[in-house]
Ligand binder design. Sequence first.
Ligand SMILES: *Cc1c(COP(=O)(O)O)cnc(C)c1O
Length: 227
Amino acid sequence: MPKIHDHLIQVQKRLAQALRQSQRASDGAQLLAVSKTKPAADVREAYAAGQRRFGENYLQEALEKQQQLADLDIEWHFIGPIQSNKTRLIAENFDWVHSVDRLKIAQRLNDQRPAEMAPINICLQVNLDREESKTGVFLDEVAALVESVSELPHICVRGLMAIPAPRKARDEQQQALQPMADVLAQLQSQYPQLDTLSMGMSGDLEAAIAAGSTMVRVGTDIFGARS
Ligand SMILES: *Cc1c(COP(=O)(O)O)cnc(C)c1O
């Protein structure tokens, strides 16, 4: 049984220290706990330790956990690849989606968001290293996609998300992520609702905070390795 409570406190400390070292406000970044492949009991344990935001990658698994955890006040984030035939269940069951990589997906989420719910918050996923194996738009395509998506009334476009190719050295990690912050800053004058840079995981949290991340997505260092 992993000591989720202790791990969570360790990650919160790392986050606070990284913010201090970058001379950023102590509330300048939020922690998203990534609970994919982990049982509902683990989410409940993290919740008992104060964690409220959870990220899931696989829709069916997420829906099952949501049912088991319906008594908790959790903010659910969908962070996995999106097939267009799955958008309705995502639109109906999540507060945030980090992995929107094309207009068609945004349009479907918009059309399928129930009218009585607040607009769904989305980040546009960027394929930062232009890897063929990864989804996401290229950085030079982001502005055009933001323009189209910002017209959709049941969506609130909040920012950008990336999963960079792994790098060991911290300054290389930071360098790779920096263009995300630059592009977001350029867009912010026209789209003030853009306040989110979703980047940084267990292995590059510090570099991501130095590069301006406002939401780190941490799985392994909270819940333990995934089998
Ligand atoms: C699994 C996953 C994470 C968490 O990664 P860790 O290395 O376990 O912290 C973050 N973001 C996305 C999109 C993921 O799929």
